[in-house]
Design a binder for this molecule. Structure first.
Ligand code: MG
Length: 252
């Protein structure tokens, strides 16, 4: 156990030391994302989302650290999905598809779907194959590109889904994009009264300082609960997930 924790920490530090690569390309630079795909496809039970998530968690703890929401913070996202029971969902930051699998496996409403944005084309391919392996391809569309540059994709999706807004948004991409992309959603009326906004990495050490401040200073717009936990696969690193309900201003 202690060795596993040490090894995960080492693999986290290795990724963190290559931060420039990670922040520029969205990959750690050592091929771990492709290795994860190979491992999932050969190890996880096909068509079984829980098996896929378990395999991804175990691999992250024993082989390579990954920036998945993981099994410590995952239950917070699970509970939020339970609460909002969404039909039309947006994710910012697919990475390798861990949270997309988690979200899509909880979409129980008829015709419900997740639209997920990922800037790295290799990650898109990896995520699509992992989602396919979990048997959830019909519920997830992975869009290659940055949300702010591909707003039309989000608008078209809403039109296809016959919805004016997203019922639930999961924000888990670059920290400097949390606030601007949230504001884009708001300005484009892509959030409705009662929509859920869940944000990862809102803990005290890393994370989007400006978005944390925004959430704190706009309680009338975002009714928020913070759930404290630890960063993915790192028990010693405090982190939080916030779950907010978006409120439209009441007309006077
Ligand atoms: Mg995250």
């Amino acid at each position: 156990m202690a060795f596993t924790a040490l090894s995960t920490t080492f693999m986290f530090l290795k990724a963190a030391m290559n931060k420039k690569e990670l922040l520029t390309t969205g990959q750690a630079g050592d091929g771990r994302e492709k290795a994860l795909l190979d491992h999932v496809v050969t190890t996880a039970a096909k068509g079984n989302p829980l098996s896929v998530l378990n395999v991804m968690d175990t691999y992250a703890k024993t082989s390579s650290w990954f920036m998945n929401i993981g099994d410590d913070k995952g239950p917070i996202l699970d509970k939020a999905l339970d609460k909002y029971n969404p039909r039309v969902v947006l994710e910012l930051g697919t990475f390798c598809g861990y949270s997309a699998v988690m979200i899509a496996s909880q979409l129980h409403n008829e015709g419900s779907k997740l639209l997920s944005f990922e800037m790295n084309p290799d990650n898109c391919n990896i995520a699509r194959q992992i989602i396919e392996h979990a048997g959830l391809s019909s519920k997830v569309i992975v869009v290659e590109g940055k949300f702010n540059e591909r707003l039309d994709e989000a608008k078209n999706f809403l039109e296809e889904m016959n919805s004016r807004h997203f019922d639930f948004v999961f924000i888990d991409h670059w920290k400097d994009r949390y606030t601007p992309d949230y504001l884009l959603l708001k300005e484009n009326a892509m959030l409705g009264n009662g929509s859920g906004v869940c944000a990862d990495n809102m803990g005290p050490i890393m994370g989007p300082a400006d978005f944390k401040k925004y959430v704190k200073t706009h309680p009338e717009e975002l009714e928020t609960s913070e759930f404290k936990s630890s960063a993915e696969y790192l028990w010693w690193f405090p982190d939080s997930v916030t779950v907010s309900t978006f409120k439209l201003p009441t007309k006077l």
